[in-house]
Design a protein around this ligand. Sequence first.
Ligand code: URA
Length: 208
Amino acid sequence: MSVTTITHPLVQHKLTLMRQKDRSTNSFRRLLHEIGMLMAYEVTREMPVQMIEIETPLEKMRAPVIDGKKTVFVVVMRAGDGFLDGMLEVVPGARVGHIGLYRDPKTLVAVEYYFKMPQDMHERDAIVLDPMLATGNSAVAAVDRLKETRPRSIRFVSLLAAPEGLAKFQAHHPDVPVYTAAIDRQLNDHGYIVPGLGDAGDRIFGTK
Ligand code: URA
């Protein structure tokens, strides 16, 4: 499996601001939006292009274009929603699927409550968006379920990852490349990433 840490200074700078506990909901959300755009640049690097005939003011030429409709962003609700806007700004033609999972607070196991994908997944490249790769339980469950639809390819994007979650994901889905902005020290007893940034969903939506 490949893990790509996106070390671009713009991403790292914005992530540092997001980690600060006194950052407002508005600012946290805006930063995640911006990081989404920047990470989309890296994640779509291998996106297939096709050559089309165009005319510049001077002459005809063949030039590359991407087919955005072949991309499906798969949002793991609800924190994944925060990533989506920025990604869509860069790939506006993309389709969007949703997977709803909640963590059982006692067992930390992922339980599915929603699943909706576009049709013809076998023709699409799926990019799963889940900002926190913590225990890995929901990431593994989301990709297990997504694989049932047989997308052409799958990539997984998180903002922050814990070593434990990465190891678990790697064990279950060695074929799925992971992109993240940072790999933090560890999980705490409640399954939170430390030092981390707290509960991503609560910080995006201002629910705490
Ligand atoms: N989910 C979060 O939002 N934060 C964590 O640290 C772990 C899981």
